[in-house]
Design a protein around this ligand. Sequence first.
Ligand code: HEM
Length: 494
Amino acid sequence: FFNFFSSSKTVRHTLPPSPSSFPIISSLLWARKSLLQNEQSLRHLSRTLGPMVTLHVGPFPSIFVFDRSLAHQALIQNGSLFSDRPKSLPANMIMDSNQHNISAASYGPTWRLFRRNLTSEILHPSRKKSYSLARKWVLGILFGVLQQKAKSGESVEVLVHFQYAMGCLLVLMCFGDKLSQQQIEEIGAVHRRVLNGFARFNVLNLWPRVVTKILLRKRWDQLFQLRKELDDALIPLIRERKKVKDERLSNKGSDDYELAYVDTLLDLELPEEKRKLDEAEMVTLASEFINAGTDTTSTALQWIMANLVKYPYIQDRLFLEIKGVVGDYVEEIEEEDLQKMPYLKAVILEGLRRHPPAHFVVPHCVTEDTVLGGYLIPKNGMINFMVADMGWDPKVWEDPMAFKPERFINNAGGGEVFDITGSREIKMMPFGVGRRICPGLGLALLHLEYLVANLIWKFEWKAMDGDDISLEEKHEFTIVMKTPLMAHISPRKS
Ligand code: HEM
């Protein structure tokens, strides 16, 4: 049941149920807990309150949706109503240039321009292919480190290496393939400082800026300093790309040139303000591109590899599939080979279902007061969707907490065609669904398939002696392994 609500109608709908408590005390309690603790509490609440729960933390209600068909009604069937973003909080506004990036932009022409630019200029299948040399280069770096570890017998702390590899790939796509390794590392380091350091500025969002500007002046100065560090690191690279572009236009530049994401930002014109982007806005968009694709994908890769270590028979089956496709003698798996590996795809999908790197989507809001599932969704509220719970629904997935890639394989041994966009029905939503679905979905799947196939082809991965791989979670920027995966690796061929 879904109908639209207008204040002039006589039927009055109420917000979805919320836990009964004193609003100020409960706000403080919820704000103090980590996101993972809040997720567990929300799950607990939904058992008694039903598939939609409201929390009153801060001035506006936050609504959480657990049910797959309600998520479908909202995000797919009524996508144009449910695809807005709440206004950025004061501290976030400094980092997102006043909502001038894809993930924070309101649902409207500016968001559409940014998103279309990314999807058609950079993530389009034909363009994506042109970065395959960068992927080969990064794979070479990763192999180099791992080979050394294998030789010395040292264990591998996998996440660090995965994060580095993924960061390199995104930085190269963003700023072009002419960067030195040192430059790539510096860009990675400044992004890590921003990601790890941002939590301490959340306090600036608790009261209006006029208040915090007086009471927390020092904290504001530190935030501006962090923003400046990011600008100082990235603006020279943007200027360099602009110079190369101008030289090419006047036919003085070389032809040896691969389009990078920042090149596409140089010409964009904001549809509402009718002006080009300033440098800080380009930094914001470039930085979003790097952040959005690095931690998410490396976290997913760590979870997948952890399961392949924990369940050697799955690793063996995957290795045999790869061998069946490429034979005995190739050094590396090429991207074209991946299409012939249904079990590889099944392993990746199962990894994303069982361990989605983000357990919530980026908060949505509605463009006007609306009703969902019989409850009011107010325009001034925030609405979120319980990503992990959708993929763990026992009505869809038998034994949902088990890691079973065979779920995605049909009886004939081929790959089941699985629609991860949820357009007909949502069975899981690791990338969100609908108009705000992750635009990097295809790139992320390619990165995961390419790296997992190559890592398994080149090395045998084993748990450390006596180590039982724990699948306990911890909340950082994404949901990571509480005990990071440490593995022993040995080359498949000497
Ligand atoms: C395994 C890897 C990834 C996962 C699990 C993931 C997941 C997500 C999720 C859950 C959202 C929020 C959807 C919503 O708000 O409804 C999102 C948004 C987004 N993602 Fe990803 N993502 C991944 C990789 C990437 C990559 C590689 C890129 C870019 C190169 C990227 C760029 C973005 C952007 C720009 C948005 C905002 C979209 C919008 O608001 O319109 N992501 N992603």
